[in-house]
Design a protein around this ligand. Structure first.
Ligand SMILES: Cc1ncc(COP(=O)(O)O)c(C=O)c1O
Length: 360
C-alpha cells in the first residue's frame, strides 16, 4: 500500500475538517450566521414547480447570462458586471487558486473568515496576513502590499469581527496599488450601510463577492456572485466551472428573482434582523461591565464578545452548552483570545442569549 505522504502534504494530512456538523447537537444553532427565517412555502412551491419542468437527464444551461440579467435587475446592477457561481466560497477559492498559480502574492486579513486560511493551507498555497489593528480595524500602516502582483482579500463586513473597511481606505488602496486585485468578500453587506459599488465603475482591480446565503435566507441553495468591471467579469466567467449552477439553484434564481413579492419579504426580513442586532447590541453593552466582556459594533448578522478572562469565557460557553445553544468558539484565532461569535437568530433565540448572559 502506498504511503499517503507520497500524495498529500503534511499540512493537509494533519488538518481536521474546517467545519463540524451541527446535526442533532442542539436546538438553537447560532454558529453559522444563517438567516433565522426560511423562504416562505409559497415561494418554495413555485421553485419546485419550475424544477419539475427541467430535464434532469440534461446538463443545465452552459451560459448563466439569463440568471445574471435577472440578478442584476433585482439588485440594480449593470448585467455585464455580474458573474454568478455556486456560492461565494466557490468563487473566492477559485480566484485564490487562479491568482496563486499565476504567481500573485496572496494576502488575507487576520483575524477573518477561516476559509481563506484553511483553503490556502490545505492546497499548499503560501499566503501573507494583513493583521487588523488592536481595535480590530483595517489599517493602512499594517498593509503588507507592495509593487508586486497580489490578490488581496478583504472581508467587509468582516467575519467574525463585524468591522468594515472605510470607503476612503479601499479607494486609496485601489489607487495606490494598481498591481493588486482587491477581492472584497461582502457576503454580509446587506446588513451594513457601507457600499463600494460606485468604485466598480472607476477601478478595474476591484471584485465584490456576494451571496444569497445570509440576508436572502438561501444558504442551502448555494448561490453567490461577483460584481466587477465588465472586462474583469468576462475573464472571471471563464474561471467558473461549467454547469456548477445545478438545476435547483437555477430554478430558485429564475423563479424567486422574478417574483415581485420576494423583494418585499426580503426587505422585511433584513430590517427585522438589523433591528434585532441593534437591540441586542444595546442589551449586551449594558451587560458588558457586570459580566466582564467587551463588544464592538457589528455591521453583520452576528456579534463578537470578548471575555476579559478565560474563566469568564468558559463560564459563558458552558452556560450556552447547557441551554442547547451552539455559538462559535473563535478563541483560538490570533487576536481573538476569549472571544465568542453569536449569530443573530429569531427574537426568541436572541432573548434566550441575553438571558443566559444576564444569568452568568
Ligand atoms: C465571510 C464569508 N464569506 C463567504 C461565506 C460563504 O458564502 P457562501 O455560502 O455563499 O459560499 C461565508 C459563510 O459563512 C462567510 O462568512
Amino acid at each position: 500500500m502506498s504511503d499517503l505522504k507520497n500524495f498529500f502534504s503534511d499540512q493537509l494530512i494533519s488538518s481536521g475538517p474546517r467545519l463540524s456538523s451541527n446535526a442533532d447537537v442542539a436546538s438553537i444553532i447560532l454558529n453559522r450566521n444563517e438567516s433565522p427565517y426560511d423562504i416562505p412555502k409559497l415561494f418554495k412551491e413555485k421553485v419546485i414547480s419550475t424544477l419539475l419542468q427541467k430535464q434532469w437527464n440534461a446538463y443545465p444551461k452552459a451560459d448563466n447570462s439569463g440568471i445574471e440579467l435577472l440578478l442584476a435587475t433585482f439588485m440594480d446592477l449593470v448585467p455585464e458586471t455580474v458573474v454568478v457561481a455556486d456560492g461565494a466560497a466557490a468563487l473566492i477559492t477559485s480566484l485564490i487558486n487562479y491568482f496563486a498559480i499565476n504567481k500573485f502574492r496572496v494576502i488575507v486579513p487576520s483575524p477573518s473568515f477561516s476559509l481563506y486560511d484553511y483553503h490556502c493551507k490545505t492546497f499548499g498555497i503560501s499566503f501573507e496576513k494583513w493583521a487588523l489593528s488592536a481595535d480590530l480595524e483595517y489599517s493602512m500602516t499594517l498593509f503588507p502590499g507592495g509593487k508586486e502582483k497580489a490578490l488581496v482579500i478583504i472581508g467587509s463586513p468582516n467575519n467574525p469581527t463585524g468591522n468594515v473597511i472605510p470607503h476612503e481606505l479601499l479607494e486609496e488602496l485601489l489607487l495606490t496599488h494598481p498591481n493588486h486585485v482587491f477581492l472584497v468578500d461582502e457576503v454580509y453587506h446587506e446588513f451594513s450601510d457601507v457600499s463600494y459599488t460606485d468604485l466598480i465603475l472607476k477601478h478595474s482591480n476591484l471584485i465584490l463577492v456576494r451571496s444569497f446565503s445570509k440576508s436572502f435566507s438561501a444558504a442551502g441553495v448555494r448561490l453567490g456572485y461577483a460584481v466587477c468591471n465588465e472586462l474583469m467579469a468576462t475573464q472571471l466567467r471563464k474561471l467558473i466551472l461549467s454547469f456548477s449552477l445545478n438545476h435547483f439553484t437555477i430554478a430558485f434564481a429564475s423563479t424567486i428573482l422574478s417574483e415581485p413579492g420576494y423583494k418585499e419579504i426580503n426587505r422585511t426580513i433584513l430590517s427585522r434582523i438589523i433591528s434585532e442586532r441593534q437591540k441586542m447590541f444595546q442589551q449586551l453593552q449594558q451587560l458588558s461591565e457586570t459580566k466582564h466582556f467587551d463588544i464592538n459594533y457589528s455591521h453583520g448578522n452576528f456579534h463578537l464578545l470578548r471575555f476579559r478572562s478565560r474563566e469568564g469565557w468558559e463560564r459563558c460557553m458552558e452556560a450556552f452548552r447547557s441551554k442547547g445553544i451552539v455559538v462559535l468558539d473563535v478563541s483560538k484565532t490570533p487576536q481573538l483570545e476569549n472571544c465568542i461569535r453569536i449569530s443573530i437568530g429569531s427574537p426568541e433565540s436572541n432573548e434566550l442569549v441575553i438571558r443566559v448572559i444576564s444569568d452568568l
